[in-house]
Design a protein around this ligand. Structure first.
Ligand code: DHB
Length: 311
């Protein structure tokens, strides 16, 4: 019997696969489709203090190798998602979930977290420090001083389980510096990675999305090597109490296997879920289990983080 069950903090999941924030998670109807699929959990669209329209359309495009998006954080406001998750949690056979949030300023982020703290929601929260698409707002986690100050301020009064969604880093010194900051705080997890920010895809002579003259976050096949590097770099550097969620370039069981080998405890699917729909969870789960059977692994713990180096 092989199992793809996993844990994040004190929460258990009967499957390690789930959606990535931003994909199939804007409305209750979409979230319920993930809930009813083979996915072990879902994460909501990142909710802001108040609802947002986002950027002008077209703002998402699939390509042969992945996707580009500049959504601009369209969402129904974090209360919509918080209320929905609190409602779902009343059903005793409900899965555990992730509530993704961020404010448009540190003060707004604090206000959101204060409201969650005071609510009866006691599931996981994923704080999004890596949206690349709001004009004039940099990806928070590329500014280490701001990130350190924000986490210090948050953990001075927030005591529910919290993790952060990170942008990809591309330098060993940045892995070292970022991990040193994260290790100061009681984070439950880090999620590596968000899209590679501000790429450009061209068709004939024209960009393929409207906002920001075509610049947007890149997902899919393009980003798997970067995602695996970030998962493994943080797996090597973070204290064991901070778990890793692996996201980026997952569309087969082999891709999920590689993320887990690099140290991921949960694996999220974004672009490929957008392209294939929620039935992808059944396919990828079956493929992952087939690999595990071939290799004689029964549980994720049998190979998680066991990436082999050359002598
Ligand atoms: C959006 C994109 C992201 O990659 C993200 O982390 C948050 C928001 C967006 O444009 O909506």
């Amino acid at each position: 019997m092989v199992s793809t069950a996993t844990q994040i903090g004190s929460f258990t999941f009967d499957n390690c696969l789930m959606n990535a924030a931003g994909v199939y998670c804007m409305t209750k109807e979409e979230l319920l489709k993930i809930e009813q699929s083979q996915a072990g959990s879902f994460v909501t669209k990142t909710g802001t203090l108040t609802a947002r329209q986002g950027n002008p359309e077209p703002r998402y495009a699939d390509t042969n190798l992945g996707s580009i998006n500049s959504m601009g954080l369209p969402n129904h406001g974090f209360h919509y998602y918080l209320d929905f998750l609190s409602e779902l949690a009343k059903h005793k056979d409900s899965k555990s979930h992730f509530l993704s949030v961020v404010g448009m300023s540190p003060a707004e982020t604090k206000t959101i977290l204060k409201t969650i703290m005071a609510s009866d929601y006691d599931g996981l929260v994923e704080l999004n420090l890596s949206c690349p698409n709001v004009p004039g707002k940099p990806q928070i986690a590329y500014d280490f001083d701001t990130t350190d100050q924000l986490l210090e301020s948050i953990f001075s009064d927030y005591t529910k389980p919290l993790g952060i969604k990170l942008p990809p880093y591309f330098d060993i010194v940045h892995f070292d510096q970022a991990a040193a900051i994260f290790n100061k705080y009681p984070l439950t997890f880090v999620n590596c990675v968000n899209s590679i920010g501000n790429g450009l895809v061209i068709d004939d002579e024209q960009v393929i999305i409207k906002p920001k003259n075509g610049f947007g976050g890149i997902g899919g096949d393009y980003i798997k090597p970067t995602a695996l590097a970030n998962v493994h770099a943080f797996y090597q550097r973070l204290k064991p109490s901070i778990q890793i969620i692996g996201t980026g370039g997952v569309k087969t069981g082999r891709d999920a296997f590689e993320h887990i080998l690099c140290g991921a405890s949960m694996v999220q699917i974004g672009t490929a879920l957008h392209q294939e729909g929620p039935a992808i969870f059944e396919r990828v789960t079956t493929e992952l289990k087939t690999i595990m059977i071939q290799k004689g692994y029964q549980r994720l713990e049998d190979f998680r983080g066991q990436l082999k180096y050359m002598a």
